[in-house]
Design a protein around this ligand. Structure first.
Ligand SMILES: Nc1nc2c(ncn2[C@@H]2O[C@H](COP(=O)(O)OP(=O)(O)OP(=O)(O)O)[C@@H](O)[C@H]2O)c(=O)[nH]1
Ligand SMILES: [Mg+2]
Length: 334
């Protein structure tokens, strides 16, 4: 299951109460104040981990709390510190304060972390308040409350190449041919309902991450089909691989398919419209497909790579071209 937006509530632990206590021991008359301090409340922390690629695990609960600090005790015993609560998120998770809309942190890489709610400090016990003139203080502090807030988590997957195109273009077939990813493939539109990531091994031990995206259709920006929400996952890719069915059974023609997708990318954002793009024609194993190439190249205004994801023809050249393009492109903004 996939989920790329969630709202959760986090609450750090309260500090423990300081203790009011006096030393009582045989042969020690009037032992002084010995009330210990309360323990510190635990923090709530978010941490990015590579083995996650969805926020789905946050849909089971809304509230996440860290442990409270323990109360102080006699004999200057401090209370136990509350345990931190660490919540794991996939790399690419933006953490926002829901009310102020402030971005607290963009957790991009494995191990990146942010404290989203600080635990309250423990209260001082009465031992702390003893002075030469005030030897039997009867006051101690309560612990401070832990911070609490509502958060919005938004995932933008980190991939190098985003594979976009109309439904049925063969995006999932291509990604499953090139990587270990096994997205569902079928001859009906909108087979893919959410992005899948796959790792494409390249030359000289290099590799890159491909994102197989749901199909886009005309009017996606206005909510048609699956809409264009998932294009947020293309925002951080370095390269768009625009895949086109060169032998469509129904309209539009490959050249029109190209224009439709370009329009949707532009409607989504200028940044997407400007992103480097590679145009790839698929299904060249179908005899009529070759006829469409000239028209498509004219519409795209650039050379088009011809492949068949089904038979594997042209895939070696495609992989070389992908790594060649990536090598020319700047590293993603970190
Ligand atoms: N003949 C032929 N058929 C292909 C080729 N690549 C994919 N297909 C078929 O095209 C259909 C759609 O393939 P998918 O990979 O599911 O297409 P998609 O672009 O991921 O589709 P959505 O997820 O719905 O957007 C399937 O029936 C595939 O078997 C190809 O190179 N040649
Ligand atoms: Mg698909």
């Amino acid at each position: 299951m996939f989920k790329d937006e969630v709202v959760i509530h986090v609450k750090a632990g309260n500090g423990g109460r300081g203790s009011v206590s006096f030393r009582r021991e045989k042969f020690v008359p009037r032992g002084g104040p010995d009330g210990g301090d309360g323990g510190q409340g635990g923090d709530v922390i978010l941490e990015a981990r590579n083995d996650l690629d969805t926020l789905y695990h946050f849909t089971h609960a809304v509230k996440y709390a860290a442990e409270h600090g323990g109360n102080g005790g006699g004999a200057k015993c401090s209370g136990k510190n509350g345990r931190d609560r660490v919540l794991f998120v996939p790399p690419g998770t933006m953490v926002k304060d829901r009310d102020s809309k402030l971005v607290l942190k963009d957790l991009k890489h494995e191990g990146d972390r942010v404290v989203v709610a600080r635990g309250g400090r423990g209260g001082r016990g009465n031992a702390f308040f003893a002075t030469p003139v005030r030897q039997t203080p009867r006051r101690a502090q309560p612990g401070l409350r832990g911070e609490a807030r509502w958060l919005e988590l938004e995932l933008r997957l980190i991939a190098d190449v985003g594979v976009v195109g109309l439904p049925n273009a063969g995006k999932s077939t291509l990604v499953s041919r090139l990587s270990h990813a096994r997205p569902k493939i079928a001859d009906y539109p909108f087979t893919t309902l959410h992005p899948h990531l796959g790792i494409l091994p390249g030359p000289e031990f290099r590799s890159c991450v491909l994102a197989d995206l749901p199909g886009l259709i005309e009017g996606a920006h206005a909510g048609h089909g699956l809409g264009d929400q998932f294009l947020r996952h293309v925002e951080r890719t370095r390269l768009i691989l625009h895949l086109i069915d060169a032998a469509p059974m129904v309209a539009p023609t490959p050249a029109d398919a190209y224009r439709v997708i370009r329009k949707e990318l532009a409607e989504y954002s200028e940044a997407l419209a400007k992103k480097p793009e590679m145009v790839v024609a698929n299904k060249l194993d179908v005899p009529e497909a070759a006829d469409a190439l000239a028209d498509l190249e004219r519409a795209a205004g650039q050379p088009v790579l011809a492949i068949s994801a089904a038979t594997g023809k042209g895939l070696e050249e495609l992989v070389r071209a992908i790594f060649g393009r990536l090598a020319e492109l700047p590293d993603p903004a970190v």
